[in-house]
Ligand binder design. Structure first.
Ligand code: NCD
Length: 306
């Protein structure tokens, strides 16, 4: 039962609970009338202290499709945070008005703190360069729907693995599935943080590090591309030097398996050439749609209406 629970980081839900969410999301995709109106009278607060397109709008669309309503802000400058209010006080207040809170915040650990002060479920929509568990739900549902299973896969994570919170959450969650091999492709400055590496080594997950995408692309079943996270760099010069380190082109795709799929949490900046969008292996826009279905399943479950 997920009713009343928080989702702060990927380990908060068991594998069985994740599978339950995926089957619910699949039912919603197959029958759009399923669960319609089940959240009538419920209110979701979306508190975004950092920019977002897909995460915020897919949560709001999910709530509207379930018959509920949304309130919140997309810009912290329009909230009392701009007057110096603490996060704890904001959350204590918003949890008087809403039945669940979705929050994105630039500080690592902000979602955990929010969960401690909230009377209603808190969903972490990204806390700094730490975790982004609902993007992982999106990624796994996409892999399951497109490839048929989330096990027995070689997945390559490419780009900014240091600051890319979607990578941290997906790698942690996939380590619970059998037959997973991970290849981490990044420049030396943007390798995976040690705490994730240590977790993968404790779980005995076969892992490899690489610098050149061309060298490993032929081994992959899933290629997870990411953007270099400009907003987390201390120094603009470093960002400029690293931002175009990887650009996936059709020429590079010639070396990939015919059934490899390309995922990207989006937004894409330069790391995937637009010519790749027309290849049937590019599933990142489909992935954005699965994000809405799985967030519908999540909200209905946390609010206890299914
Ligand atoms: C990601 C994020 O916010 O971490 N975006 C998203 O939620 N789809 C990835 C990114 O911003 O690069």
């Amino acid at each position: 039962m997920l009713k009343g629970r928080h989702l702060v980081e990927p380990g908060d839900f068991s594998k069985e609970e994740l599978e339950g969410l995926f089957s619910l999301a699949e039912k919603i995709e197959d029958d759009p009338a399923f669960l319609r109106e089940c959240c009538r009278g419920k209110i979701l607060a979306t508190l975004f202290f950092e920019p977002s397109t897909r995460t915020r709008l897919s949560f709001e669309a999910a709530m509207l499709r379930l018959g509920g309503s949304n309130l919140g802000f997309a810009e912290p400058s329009s909230s009392s945070a701009a007057k110096g209010e603490s996060l704890a006080d904001t959350i204590r207040t918003v949890s008087c008005y809403a039945d669940a809170i979705v929050m994105r915040n630039p500080k690592e650990g902000a979602a955990l703190l929010a969960s401690r002060f909230s009377a209603v479920p808190v969903i972490n929509a990204g806390d700094g360069g730490h975790h982004h568990p609902t993007q992982t739900l999106t990624d796994l549902l996409t892999i399951k729907r497109v490839r048929g299973e989330t096990a027995n896969l070689t997945i390559g994570f490419c780009g900014d693995l240091k600051f890319g919170r979607t990578v941290h959450s997906l790698a942690k969650t996939l380590s619970r599935y059998p037959g997973i091999k991970m290849i981490f492709i990044s420049p030396p400055e943007l390798t995976l943080p040690d705490y994730i590496k240590e977790m993968l080594s404790t779980e005995k997950i076969p892992c490899q590090e690489a610098e050149r995408l061309e060298e490993v692309i032929g081994d992959l079943d899933v290629l997870y591309m990411t953007r270099v996270q400009r907003e987390r760099f201390f120094n603009e010069q470093d960002y400029i030097r690293l931002k175009d380190f990887y650009i996936l082109t059709m020429e590079k795709m010639e070396k990939a398996k015919k059934d490899m799929i390309i995922l990207h949490p989006l937004p894409r900046v330069n790391e995937i050439a637009e010519e790749v969008d027309n290849d049937k292996r590019a599933v990142y826009f489909k992935q954005a749609k699965y994000g809405m279905y799985v967030r519908m399943a999540l909200l209905a479950s946390l609010l206890g209406v299914v």
